[in-house]
Write a protein that binds this ligand. Structure first.
Ligand code: ADP
Ligand code: MG
Length: 685
C-alpha cells in the first residue's frame, strides 16, 4: 500500500506548480494578500495548501482554510490531498460543506465551500484559528442582467477580508499574527483583483498547454442535447475511430448525464472490437458520470486510471471545466450548454435554466484535452451556433443559496449599508433591494433595515430564509417535528425515482401516488413528511425505499440533515428570548399554516381552468408540475402555496399545498407595501 502512496507523492512532483514551491511559500510569507494564477490542472488547489502546511511547521501557526464554490470540489480535493499526505480524511486534512462536516480538532488543512467560510466569519470575524485563508476559483466575471451570482459570495468574502486585514500595521484584536490571504484562479483578471487588494503581488505559474483541434457538429439547440442521442453518437464515433486516450463529455445536468450514460452503455455493449476500432489497444469503454449531487465514493472513481486497454469516458457537468481535473483526457465532446440558476424576471424568481455557454467557456472546455499531449475537441453544435448564439464571455455560475440569505449574513456581521459595501464587482442594486424586501417580509429586518431578534435566529440556519421562517414558526408553537423533516427533505435532491422507462414509470407513479394518499392530506409537503416518517420507522429502510421507488441515499442524507437542523434549533431554543406562540386554530391546519408564514411569497390563485396566477405582483400564469400529487385536480382548488418553479415553455410550480385565503390575507399586503429605500437606508440621506 505504501508504494502506491509514494507514487502519488511523486506524481504531484510532475505538476507545473512543483518547481515554484519555495518561491510560492516565500511569496505567501511576504505579503498579506497574494494573487495566484495558473492553468486549470497546474496544481493550485491540491498542492499550495499542502506546501503551506509543510512549511507551516517552521513558519505558519494555525489552520489553512481553502474555499471552493462547489461542494463536490471541496470534497474530492480534500480526499486527494489526504491521500497525498498519507493521512485519514477528517484528521489533518478535512472538509466542510453545508450539512457535511468532515473535520476534527486535529484538522489543519480544511477545504470548504465559500458559504462555510462566511459562516465561520460570522462566528469569529478575525478567523483566529487560521494562519492562511485561500479563496479558490475566483474567476473572471462579467455581469449579465438577469443573473445573480455565485460571485457575490466571493465578493463579500473578499470585501470582508480586505476590510479586516488590509492594514498591515494593525493586527486585529483577537489575533496574534496577521492572517495571510491568497486568491487563486485559472482565468482571472489579475490586475483588477490585485488593485482591489491594494496592489498586492501576483504570482503566475507558467502553464504548459498542447494544441487542441476543434471541429463543429450539427446540433442546433437544447433539444438536441436533452435527447442525448446525438452526443452519444459522437462519443461512440470517437471511441471507435480515435487512438487511445480518454473522453470527457460536457452535458448539462444529472438527468441528461444519467440518460447519456445508460444509452452509451447500451450501445457500447454491441461494438465489435475486431473490426471497428483502428487502434487495437482500445478494447472497451468505461463509462463514468460526474455531477454535483453524486455520492462521494462514486466521485472518487472518476480519477482512477482505467484498466489497460480500456478507454475511460467521463460524462460530466461544467464542474469538470475548471474545478476538477481528470488526468488522461485526450478528447472533449462539448454540448455547448450549461444549466444554471438564473433570475428570471418574467416570474420574478430564480430558476434552473439550460443556456448556451460562452465562447471563452467553450475554449476552457476544449483546453482540458491538451494538458499532457495534443488533443481534440468535438463541438456538437454548428459553426453558425457558435457565431450567433454563444456570448463572448463567461456567464458566471450561480450559487444555490439565495442572495437573501447572504444579505442577512452581512447584516448580522454588522455591515449595515449593504448597497455600498466594497464589492469587487458591484451587483445590480435591484437584486440587493429585492433581497432586503424579502428579509423584511420574513420579519428578519425591520422597516429601517435593522436585523430583528428573529433575523438573528434565522441567520443560524443554512436554509432559504422562507423555509427557516416556517421552521421557526413551527418551533415557537412546539411542532417542529412537522417542519424539520420537510426542511430536510427539501434540502436534498432527487428523492423520488423516475425511471424514465414507460412501464416502470407507471409502476413508480402508482407507488408515489399511494405515498401521497397515505399522508392523509393531499399536499406535496405532507407527502415529503410522510415519506420521511415511514422510512425512518421502517425496520428495513433501504428495502422500504426500493419498494416505493425512493432513492435510499437521498433519504439517508435527509435523515442526517434533519438531525443537524434539530441540533441548531435546540441550541437556539436554549436562548431565553426564543419566541413562544400559541395556536388557536383547527389542529389539522397547523402544518399548513406554519408553511404559510414562510411561503406567502409563493402564493398562487386559480385563474381559469387549470391555470393559476401568482400573487407576488408579477401575476405569472403557472401550471402544476406533473410530479405533484395534486396534478389534474387543479380545478377543485383555489389557493395554493408552492416551493419552487420550473420553466420550460410553460411555468410549472412544484411541491404544492392547498391553503385558504384567510391564512395569507394579512401577509399578502407585505408583498407590496414596502419602501425599499427606507429599508436600504438610502432614503435617510
Ligand atoms: P488546479 O487547482 O491548478 O486546477 P488541481 O490541484 O486541482 O489543479 O489538480 C492537480 C492534479 O491533481 C491534477 O492532475 C488532477 O488530476 C489531480 N487531482 C485532483 N483531485 C484529484 C483526486 N480527487 N484524485 C486524483 N487526482 C486528483
Ligand atoms: Mg483548482
Amino acid at each position: 500500500k505504501s508504494t502506491r502512496l509514494d507514487s502519488k507523492e511523486n506524481e504531484s512532483e510532475h505538476l507545473p506548480i512543483y518547481q515554484h514551491k519555495a518561491k510560492l511559500i516565500q511569496a505567501v510569507k511576504d505579503s498579506t494578500f497574494l494573487v495566484v494564477t495558473g492553468e486549470t490542472g497546474s496544481g493550485k488547489t491540491t498542492q499550495l495548501p499542502k506546501y503551506l502546511h509543510q512549511a507551516g511547521k517552521l513558519s505558519f501557526y494555525g489552520k489553512i482554510g481553502i474555499t471552493q464554490p462547489r461542494r463536490v470540489a471541496a470534497i474530492t480535493v480534500a480526499q486527494r490531498v489526504a491521500q497525498e499526505m498519507q493521512c485519514n480524511l477528517g484528521r489533518e486534512v478535512g472538509y466542510q460543506v453545508r450539512f457535511d462536516d468532515c473535520t476534527s480538532p486535529s484538522t489543519v488543512v480544511k477545504y470548504m465551500t465559500d458559504g462555510c467560510l462566511l459562516r465561520e466569519i460570522l462566528a469569529d470575524p478575525v478567523l483566529s484559528q487560521y494562519s492562511v485563508v485561500v479563496l479558490d476559483e475566483v474567476h473572471e466575471r462579467t455581469y449579465k442582467i438577469d443573473l445573480f451570482l455565485v460571485y457575490l459570495l466571493q465578493d463579500i468574502l473578499l470585501g470582508l477580508l480586505k476590510k479586516m486585514f488590509s492594514n498591515p500595521a494593525k493586527t486585529p484584536k483577537g489575533r496574534s499574527i496577521p492572517l495571510k490571504v491568497v486568491v487563486m484562479s485559472a482565468t482571472l483578471e489579475t490586475d483588477k483583483l490585485s488593485a482591489f487588494l491594494g496592489g498586492c503581488p501576483i504570482f503566475a505559474i507558467p502553464g504548459r498547454a498542447f494544441p487542441v483541434t476543434c471541429t463543429f457538429g450539427f446540433a442546433v439547440g437544447p433539444k438536441d442535447i436533452e435527447s442525448t442521442g446525438y452526443v452519444v453518437k459522437v462519443a461512440l464515433d470517437v471511441h471507435t475511430s480515435e487512438m487511445a486516450g480518454d473522453i470527457l463529455v460536457f452535458l448539462t445536468g444529472q438527468s441528461e448525464i444519467e440518460r447519456a450514460c445508460d444509452l452509451l452503455y447500451e450501445k457500447a455493449e454491441s461494438i465489435d472490437y475486431r473490426y471497428d476500432v483502428q487502434d487495437q489497444t482500445v478494447e472497451g469503454l468505461l463509462i463514468l458520470p460526474l455531477y454535483g449531487s453524486m455520492p462521494t465514493d462514486q466521485q472518487r472513481q472518476i480519477f482512477q486510471p482505467p484498466p489497460s486497454g480500456i478507454r475511460k469516458c467521463v460524462v460530466a457537468t461544467n464542474i469538470a471545466a475548471t474545478s476538477l481535473t481528470i488526468n488522461g483526457i485526450k478528447y472533449i465532446i462539448d454540448s455547448g450548454f450549461v444549466k444554471q440558476l438564473n433570475h428570471n424576471s418574467r416570474v420574478g424568481m430564480d430558476i434552473l435554466e439550460v443556456v448556451p455557454i460562452s465562447k471563452s467557456e467553450a475554449q476552457q472546455r476544449a483546453g482540458r484535452a491538451g494538458r499532457t499531449s495534443a488533443g481534440k475537441c468535438f463541438r456538437i453544435y454548428t459553426k453558425e451556433f457558435w457565431e450567433k448564439s454563444m456570448p463572448e464571455y463567461t456567464v458566471p455560475e450561480i450559487q444555490r443559496t439565495s442572495l437573501t440569505a447572504v444579505i442577512l449574513t452581512l447584516k448580522c456581521l454588522g455591515v449595515h449599508d449593504v448597497i455600498r459595501f466594497p464589492y469587487l464587482d458591484c451587483p445590480e442594486e435591484r437584486f440587493i433591494l429585492e433581497a432586503l424586501k424579502q428579509l423584511y417580509q420574513y420579519d428578519a429586518i425591520d422597516r429601517r433595515g435593522r436585523v430583528t431578534k428573529l433575523g438573528e435566529l434565522m441567520v443560524e440556519f443554512p436554509l432559504h430564509p422562507g423555509l427557516t421562517r416556517a421552521v421557526l414558526k413551527a418551533a415557537s408553537l412546539g411542532c417542529e417535528d412537522l417542519l424539520l423533516p420537510v426542511a430536510a427533505m427539501l434540502s436534498v435532491e432527487n428523492i423520488f425515482i423516475r425511471p424514465g422507462h414507460p412501464e416502470k414509470q407507471k409502476e413508480a407513479d402508482k407507488k408515489h401516488r399511494a405515498l401521497a394518499a397515505k399522508s392523509g392530506s393531499m399536499n406535496d409537503f405532507a407527502t415529503l413528511l410522510s415519506v420521511f416518517q415511514s422510512c425512518k420507522s421502517s425496520d428495513r429502510p433501504s428495502a422500504w425505499c426500493k419498494d416505493n421507488w425512493i432513492h435510499w441515499r437521498a433519504l439517508k442524507s435527509a435523515f442526517s440533515v434533519e438531525t443537524q437542523l434539530r441540533e441548531i434549533l435546540l441550541r437556539l431554543q436554549q436562548k431565553k428570548d426564543f419566541p413562544v406562540d400559541t395556536f388557536d386554530g383547527n389542529k389539522s391546519e397547523l402544518f399548513r399554516r406554519c408553511l404559510c408564514t414562510g411561503y406567502f411569497t409563493n402564493v398562487a390563485r386559480r385563474s381559469v381552468g387549470k391555470v393559476f396566477c401568482t400573487m407576488d405582483g408579477h401575476g405569472s400564469m403557472v401550471h402544476f408540475h406533473p410530479s405533484s400529487s395534486l396534478f389534474d385536480q387543479e380545478d377543485e382548488l383555489n389557493w395554493v402555496i408552492f416551493h419552487d418553479v420550473l420553466v420550460t415553455s410553460r411555468v410549472y410550480i412544484r411541491t404544492v399545498c392547498p391553503i385558504r385565503y384567510e391564512w395569507v390575507k394579512d401577509l399578502l399586503p407585505k408583498l407590496h407595501e414596502v419602501d425599499v429605500y427606507e429599508l436600504s437606508g438610502v432614503a435617510r440621506e
